[in-house]
Design a protein around this ligand. Structure first.
Ligand code: HSE
Length: 433
């Protein structure tokens, strides 16, 4: 068998330790599958003395991961530190400049600095791989780049954040409030260190920007992603959505529209019996729509030691076997700068929840606001009295241009019967199975 592939790991949190465990427990199988052993030579982490679930004493220890990236006896540096700048960026750049491959699980780094890093990887002739950065347990990078590589994609979409999916499906199942369920998600270790990255949609946006680049051959463009998180979804929305035949999910959606590319992350109502509706808890799921393959759907755990380490090891095995891939599927100079399609251009249906005074003429006023903006309503129902005598009015529209919808809501908000600003959720038609 050939010489081992030597690997240095920066970051010994759950994913780092998980990677050591996979490479240790499955050492023979990994070596057989990629034609050579994968050998860990060095590690770096903040605290050398911390108790860990793997014995790291036989590896060379570096206090400074950036020094390790330059000096370790390693062909590959595995970056598991996180963050789009600082140490993670420095060590990735140093490793590539020193002629080492880099494997990372860092979606913020790839979404925000990936375009420049891809150029640096090409200049050094090395691989920059990041299967673990998007939906760890789903090999979606490989699927878009290789498995479905013969297709032109029309749309890629999915549940990209396990924390949000856990919160939304638990609120749905239990009727509990957002803050309460968020605490559970944190206790279970799903949430990012800064939970606002999860619940405000930033984590999903990082992943979507990466998928969009791979699917459409565009320069990764995180800045253009429209992002709306899940803070404004209330317990009542699940009840009303269920009665209307929908479930509530945070989706990331990217596709071609009007000659540009849209990248949108926002809560959606989806058909309760259609695709993705049954994906609950911390699971991720992704649908890719290609011209020859049709719809291809993937589901798996998006976070945690095992699924993320599994993806890190897959990248290491590609490198060990000599399988080279461009960072974003094609050489950087061939990536397009696509026009970004704003969410105002979206055409689709909307769920609108209004809180209004229970008085004569309110339905008529709501109806005329929609009529004035040429919006056709599919249904309008009055729900639940509050203790203060106010009621919820829930409207489902037919397809309409988002900018038209926003104008109608702006007009409605000025109405004297309106107790609070109108709340809306986009209804996404994912088609049949
Ligand atoms: N915090 C992320 C999530 C996990 O909840 O999906 C890693 O991307």
């Amino acid at each position: 068998m050939s010489e081992p592939l030597k690997v240095a790991i920066a970051g010994l949190g759950t994913v780092g330790i998980g990677t050591i465990q996979v490479l240790t427990i499955h050492a023979d199988q990994v070596a057989a599958r990629c034609g050579r052993p994968i050998q860990i030579t060095a590690v770096s982490a903040r605290n050398r003395r911390r108790k860990r679930d793997a014995d790291v004493s036989s590896y060379v220890w570096f206090d400074d991961p950036v020094v390790m990236a330059k000096e370790a006896d390693a062909d590959v540096i595995v970056e598991l530190i996180g963050g789009s700048s600082g140490v993670a960026l420095d060590l990735t750049r140093e490793a590539l400049a020193a002629g080492r491959h880099v494997v990372t699980a860092n979606k913020a780094l790839m979404a925000e600095a990936g375009a420049g890093l891809a150029i640096e990887a090409e200049a050094s002739g090395k691989t920059l791989a990041y299967e673990a950065a998007v939906a760890g347990g789903i090999p979606i990078i490989k699927a878009l780049r290789e498995g479905l590589g013969g297709n032109s994609f029309s749309r890629v979409l999915g549940i990209l954040n396990g924390t949000c999916n856990y919160i939304l499906s638990t609120m749905d199942a239990t009727g509990r409030d957002f803050d309460d369920v968020l605490k559970d998600a944190q206790d279970l270790g799903y949430a990012e260190a800064d939970p606002s990255f999860d619940i405000d949609g930033v984590d999903a946006a990082h992943k979507l920007a990466i998928l969009s680049s791979l699917a459409f051959g565009t320069k990764v463009d995180f800045e253009s992603v429209y992002v709306e998180g899940i803070r404004n979804v209330i317990a009542k929305d699940f009840e009303y959505a269920r009665d209307l035949g929908y479930r509530v999910k945070l989706l990331g959606l990217t596709g071609e529209l009007d000659g540009g590319i849209y990248q949108w992350v926002h809560p959606c109502l989806i058909d309760a019996h259609g695709p993705l509706a049954a994906v609950d808890g911390s699971f991720n799921a992704i649908i890719a729509e290609g011209d020859f393959v049709g719809r291809s759907t993937y589901e798996g755990r998006g976070a945690g030691a095992g699924p993320t380490a599994s993806a890190v090891v897959a990248d290491l095995m590609d490198i060990a076997a000599g399988r080279f891939n461009h960072t974003f599927a094609v050489p950087s100079e061939d990536l397009r700068n696509a026009a970004s399609v704003q969410v105002e251009k979206r055409v689709g249906a909307y769920y609108v929840r209004l809180k209004v005074l229970d008085q004569a003429g309110v339905f008529a006023d709501v109806g005329s606001a929609f009529r004035d903006h040429r919006i056709s309503m599919e249904s309008i129902i009055q729900r639940d009295h509050d203790s203060d005598g106010n009621v919820h009015v829930v409207i489902v529209t037919h397809d309409v241009l988002e900018s038209q919808m926003m104008d109608a809501l702006e007009d409605l908000e000025k109405h004297e019967a309106m107790v609070e600003a109108p709340h809306f959720i986009r209804i996404e038609n994912l088609g049949g199975e």
